[in-house]
Design a protein around this ligand. Sequence first.
Ligand SMILES: C[S@@+](CC[C@H](N)C(=O)[O-])C[C@H]1O[C@@H](n2cnc3c(N)ncnc32)[C@H](O)[C@@H]1O
Length: 265
Amino acid sequence: MPERCRSGFFQEKIKFGKRPNVDRINPDVWLNLHIENTRATISFDTSGGSLHRRGYRRESVEAPMQETLAAAMVALSGWKGEKPLYDPMCGSGTLLCEALMKTCRIPAGFLKKNFGFCFLPDFNKGLWESIKKKADEKISPLPPELIAGSDIERMAVKAAKTNCRILPGGEMIKICRTDFKDISNLENSVIMCNPPYGIRLKKEEDLGEFYKNFGDFLKQRCKGSQAYIYFGNREMLKKIGLKPAWKKPIRNAGLDGRVAKYELY
Ligand SMILES: C[S@@+](CC[C@H](N)C(=O)[O-])C[C@H]1O[C@@H](n2cnc3c(N)ncnc32)[C@H](O)[C@@H]1O
C-alpha cells in the first residue's frame, strides 16, 4: 500500500467505503496550500477563514467596501462617538456597521461561530468561553441619533438596514433613501463615505461633475463638520474643489485609493 494511503482520509475511505464528508462552505478545519515554484507549504488556519468577513453582510450592492477598509477609515478618523456620524452614500452600510462596532465595542469576530483554533487538540473550551464572555460584556448600547446614513438607491437602503440590524444596537441606526443633494444640512458632524468611483452614473452627470457637486454640498451645507472621503479614483481628488487637511494611501482590492480629511468651516 502506498504511504499516502495511511492518512486519515484514505483510512476512512477504506474503512467505511466512502469519502469523508467535508462541508466546503463552513469546514471544521481549514488547511491552506501555498505553492511557489517548487516549494509547497501546507498551513493550518487557526482563524478558520478570512477575518475581514465580519458576518454582517447579508445583502450587498454594486462595489461594496471591504469591511477592513471601512474599519481602517473609522480608525484613521479618530472618531470616538463624540459627534454624530453620517454616511450620505451608505450603499450596503459597511461604514455604518464598522462605526457601530467601534463605538459600542463589538468585537470584530462577534458573529463568527467558530474559529480554527477551536479544533486544535489543546483547545480549552472553558477558557475561550470566559474570554469571549468578558469581551461581550463590554458591548455598550448605541446612543440615539449617533450613527445614520442614506443612499439614493432603494436596494442599497434595504441592504444597509438588513446588515446593520444583524449587529447589537444596529436597529438604532436611521437609514433613509435620499439624494445627498436633498439633504438640507449636515452640520457639526463627522461625514464618512466612499462615493462612486467609476460605476455608471446618470447620463447627464459625469464622474467629475458628480464630485464637484458633492464638494459644493460639503462646503455649503456641512459647516463645523469633518468629512472623511475614500477616493477609489484618485483623479477625483482634484474635482471635489476642496483642500484636504490630510490624505492617506489605502490600497485595497486592486485600487490604489486615498482617504482624505476635509475641515468644513
Ligand atoms: C461605492 S458605493 C458605496 C459602497 C458602500 N460604502 C458599501 O460598503 O456598500 C457608492 C454609493 O453611492 C450611492 N450614490 C450614488 N449617487 C448618489 C447620490 N446622488 N446621493 C446618494 N447616494 C448616491 C450609490 O447608490 C452607491 O450605493
